[in-house]
Structures are given as C-alpha cells and as structure tokens.
Design a protein around this ligand. Sequence first.
Ligand SMILES: O=C(O)c1cc(=O)[nH]c(=O)n1[C@@H]1O[C@H](COP(=O)(O)O)[C@@H](O)[C@H]1O
Length: 266
Amino acid sequence: MGFFDDLADRIDETNSVVCVGLDPDLDRLPDDVRDADFPRWQFNRRIIDATHEHAACYKPNAAFYEDPDGWTSLVETIAYAHGKGVPVILDAKRADIGNTARQYARALDRADAITVNPYLGRDSLQPFLSREDKGVIVLCRTSNPGGKDFQNLELASYDEYLYEHVARRASEWNEHGNVGLVVGATAPEELETVRERAPDLPFLVPGVGAQGGDAEAAVEHGLTDAGVGVVNSTRGIIFAGEDSPNWAGAAGDAARKLKKRLNEYR
Ligand SMILES: O=C(O)c1cc(=O)[nH]c(=O)n1[C@@H]1O[C@H](COP(=O)(O)O)[C@@H](O)[C@H]1O
C-alpha cells in the first residue's frame, strides 16, 4: 500500500481531512513543557494525545527541528504519531542535485511523505519519486503573499501560468501513484484551476486558520473524486489554548472543530 492509500484509510477511519501541523515554536511553548528535556517532543506528545482522533495526518515542519535536540524531538514525534496509527508528512520542501537529493530522501525512512520543491526539475526529485510507498507532495501554488511572484508568471510558450505547468508536470511524474500537490487555501481561484489540471492528484492545502484561507475552497478542490486530500492548520490548532493551563485540551477542541467545519463541505 502506498502513502495515499494509507491516508485514504485514515480519512475514512477518523472521518477527517484535517492535517495537524506540528511546528513547536520554542518561543511559544507553554511553561509546563518549556523547562523539560526535549520540550518540543513533550509538547508534541501532548498535542498528539489531544488531537489524534481528529487527525488524518500530522505535518511537522523541519524548520522547527533543525538542531541536535530538535532532530531527537522530531524522531520521537514521528514514532509516537505512528504508534497512534497516524501517517506523518515531513514538511521539508526539499530538492537538490542527484547525490544530495538522495541524502535528503533518507528522511523518508522515517516519515511517510515529504514536501518537495519542483524548481530544480525532475531529476532533483527522482530519489523521492522512486520511493513508491512514500508520498511526494510538490509545491505548486504556495499560500504566502509572495506565492504569486513567480508561480503566477504566465508562460507564453505554454499559454499557462507557471503553477499550472507545475501541476501538469507533477501529474506526469506520478508513475507510482505517490505524487500530491501543495496548493494554499489563500489562493482559491488557483485551487480550482489546479484541480482542473491535475484531477487525480491529492492536495495538501495549508493556509486555513492563522493565514485566513478559504476552508470551503480547500475542501471543494483539495480532495480527489475519491475524497483523498488534506487541509492543514498548525498555529490555529497547536496554539489555540496558548494562554490556558489546558492548552492541550484546547488544541483537541480546535482540531475537532476544524474537522466538523471541513466536513460540512465534503
Ligand atoms: O508546505 C507547506 O506545508 C506549506 C506550504 C504553503 O504554501 N504554505 C504553508 O503555510 N505551508 C506550511 O504549512 C504550515 C502553516 O502553518 P499555519 O499558518 O500556522 O497553519 C507551516 O508549516 C507552513 O510552512
């Protein structure tokens, strides 16, 4: 079974398309985990305990773990999520020349899927694409304000925008059924266009919650006809109870509420 089969099963099991981001910003961790050994891991463990029944998957962003303690926290977090039966997307936005990309792809020994950057071309992604059982989720139209700077440039020779071209090429790279696309909920029109260009690819749709994206468009266009795809929220879930002693419970409530809201559009 490949990543998207496992994700489909998990979506069925939880009746949820929520992807819970795990970005444990050290400056925002609650006092009761801040002084613990491996505070990011302690934080994530309690977030996972509180949210897993609503989580189709987890998505730790590598940026929050890139130091020695951080890597230990990341490894523990992935193993703990797996122990709860939840797939994990490592948000690393990787790509590089072949021999370097082969090293980056070793992250897939632990995680179930990874986000990658398409702008170095197909060979830079080959070490990821050839991991047939792992998901490779290609940045297509990102959620940030500058996402349009390059991604919405018109390619005269193809009569399409760059992000549309990425969607089309990524569909061609999907020989093993393991490719998905990142399309931000802050770009609802582009979400619709990308769905037309890549009807069979599941989307990871970030940008609802803290970035104020369009949850309805995220669900309407983010899922395939078979209902596979996920909508990510990170700060809106993990820091929902930032000032509360019951911060983990507040995260659980936020995940449950987002699941309910997204399910209204499924
Ligand atoms: O690849 C991503 O997940 C991603 C792509 C994108 O276009 N926009 C985006 O926000 N993300 C990530 O999704 C998460 C969003 O976090 P919140 O804005 O707190 O929900 C962060 O980890 C971002 O790095």
